[in-house]
Design a protein around this ligand. Structure first.
Ligand code: NAD
Length: 510
């Protein structure tokens, strides 16, 4: 690990100049970004934020690179992405450890994030030979119609702290095989993992003589993100983060009629029917609610339980929570690591207060842990609250391990509760009853982008399209046909005849 961190510090990555083909620019002298680890509170690095002048230079370099990159055949672009996947295989342990140390998720999940990068690289390689358009039969004789997909140009990516590297790869790998160039602005809370990714792919870009500017990194806070949103040179802004951020980005980008792709907050529920297999359901609930300390966009936040099994589920959960080990996420025996920072801890404490104010009862009370091994001040006890109804705090995404329990009688009531929040990311039902499962998946069922049966709300695979509805933003990333978001569609009509027949039978004679 030390060796890997040392490699990150080598020239020219930290010098603030261009890094060959992996273009990294960040030379602002003031307001250095301090990256503190929530694991032990240590200062990991101080990173230069990008100045506006630097930003303009990055965008111009990226634009120039696009003119070359768009002409590289897509399968050749795929081959370069394949080589990147190999690099990530090589550095899986080091990068996974860095993710865990900088963000605070368990080492298992840190490694899992790197595995997601590897998986999306593999997926993108195949996709590079499948950027299919359709052909249509023309109504005119001796005419042919078809559509094709072209790259957009510069794709700007704004990412959140909780998946510091995977979200970048979902976007970047597909955007690249589609022929775009990328400018990534990672979360100001996790700049080091982003630098590491640039460093890891640098050799591949150099060896393949990829033009400088195909992969760019800019660093800084919200203000740097707004530069991307405002800039008409950015063809697509793909933004992952809070709904508050998404609303701001959407309004700004829409103001210039640009394209955006939003992946925002979730408020995910599991319905536990009286027909559920609780031996499968309980570990899924606990993993979904306390994994990554409740800081996944797909974390399980609400449990909607049929009244006849309510007491049983409650008792099993209390028992399972009693076995949780909270502590250093780099130590494999621990289930729950820290929250990202003390501001997140305040948000957790405020939610606990509001639960009581809104008539909730804490079945397992939360607390901020103190003492040796908890010096960072970011470790909290996962809490469970019984709620009388879906009150204001339940409607809100608190990015911490708090699970709300709600009771229902009929499945219709459960689905109404599940859908009765502003967010629409992930959902699931546990039932062995076919009618219930199909009802939940039908048009009258879950209104979320992700709806599962007998698995939890989190832990999506890259093969499916990932994203959600309503305040989650409507975007889709990763698998299925998500690649289309990174391309523009062009309809082509070709006349190979000797006359000029017009569509709709219109006659125009000279
Ligand atoms: P955040 O909104 O505070 O920040 C996310 C990113 O947006 C950061 O890079 C930040 O600098 C930037 N940003 C903030 N305000 C901006 C603005 N007005 N204009 C441009 N950029 C701006 O979110 P966070 O705390 O880092 O992450 C947690 C949130 O992200 C949660 O709500 C979580 O559900 C969501 N999330 C969603 C998904 C998904 O796929 N749906 C995935 C991961 C995280």
């Amino acid at each position: 690990m030390q060796q890997f961190l040392q490699k990150l510090k080598t020239q020219p990555l930290m010098s603030g100049t261009s890094t060959g083909q992996a273009f990294w620019h960040s030379s602002g002298e003031e307001h250095l970004l301090d990256s503190y680890s929530p694991v032990d509170g240590q200062l990991m690095a101080r990173v230069f934020p990008t100045t506006h002048e630097d930003y303009n230079q990055v965008v111009e370099t990226a634009r120039a690179a696009f003119l070359e990159w768009r002409n590289v055949p897509a399968p050749k672009r795929g081959e370069i992405v394949r080589q990147m996947g190999e690099q990530f295989r090589q550095y899986k342990k080091e990068l996974g450890t860095l993710v865990s140390y900088e963000m605070g998720k368990s080492l298992q999940e840190g490694m899992g994030e790197v595995q997601e990068i590897i998986d999306i690289c593999d997926f993108a390689v195949g996709q590079s030979r499948q950027l299919y358009g359709q052909t249509m039969h023309s109504e005119r004789p001796d005419h042919r119609m078809y559509e094709q997909w072209h790259p957009l140009g510069v794709v700007g990516m704004i990412s959140a702290f909780n998946f510091p590297v995977a979200v970048w790869s979902w976007n970047a790998m597909l955007a690249w095989v589609c022929g775009n160039v990328c400018i990534w602005k990672p979360s100001e809370k996790t700049p080091l993992t982003a630098l590491a990714c640039q460093q890891i792919i640098k050799d591949v870009l150099e060896q393949n003589e990829v033009p400088e500017g195909v992969s760019c990194l800019i660093t800084g806070g919200r203000e740097v993100g707004t530069w991307l949103a405002e800039d008409p040179r950015i063809a697509l802004v793909s933004a992952t983060g809070s709904t508050r951020m998404g609303k701001s980005v959407a309004q700004t980008v829409a103001g210039r009629l640009g394209r955006y792709l939003l992946e925002l907050g979730g408020n995910n529920a599991i319905i536990i029917s009286q027909h559920a297999d609780l031996n499968v359901a309980i570990p899924a609930i606990v993993f979904g609610a306390v994994g990554t300390a409740g800081q996944r966009c797909t974390s399980t936040r609400r449990l909607i339980i049929q009244e006849s099994v309510y007491e049983d589920v409650k008792q099993r959960l209390v028992k399972a929570y009693g076995q949780l080990r909270i502590g250093n996420p780099l130590e494999e025996q621990n289930h729950v690591g820290p929250l990202i920072d003390r501001a997140a801890v305040s948000g957790y404490q405020s939610a606990l207060f509001q639960i009581k104010e809104q008539g909730g009862r804490l079945l397992i009370d939360g607390e901020v842990l103190e003492g040796p091994a908890f010096e960072s001040g970011c470790y909290v006890r996962p809490a469970i609250a019984e709620m009388p109804a879906q009150t204001e705090i339940v409607q809100h995404e608190t990015f911490a391990p708090i699970l709300y329990l709600l009771k229902y009688q009929t499945l219709e009531e459960a689905i109404a509760l599940q859908n009765g929040v502003p967010q629409g990311l992930s959902s699931s039902v546990f039932t062995l009853n076919l009618r219930e499962a199909e009802r939940f998946l039908s048009a009258a069922g879950s209104d979320c982008g992700i709806a599962n049966v007998n698995i939890g709300t989190s832990g999506a695979e890259i093969g499916g399209a990932f994203g959600g509805e309503k305040e989650t933003g409507g975007g889709r990333e990763s698998g299925s046909d998500s690649w289309k978001a990174y391309m523009r569609r062009q309809t082509n009509t070709i006349n190979y005849g000797t006359t000029l027949p017009l569509a709709q039978g219109i006659k125009f004679e000279l």
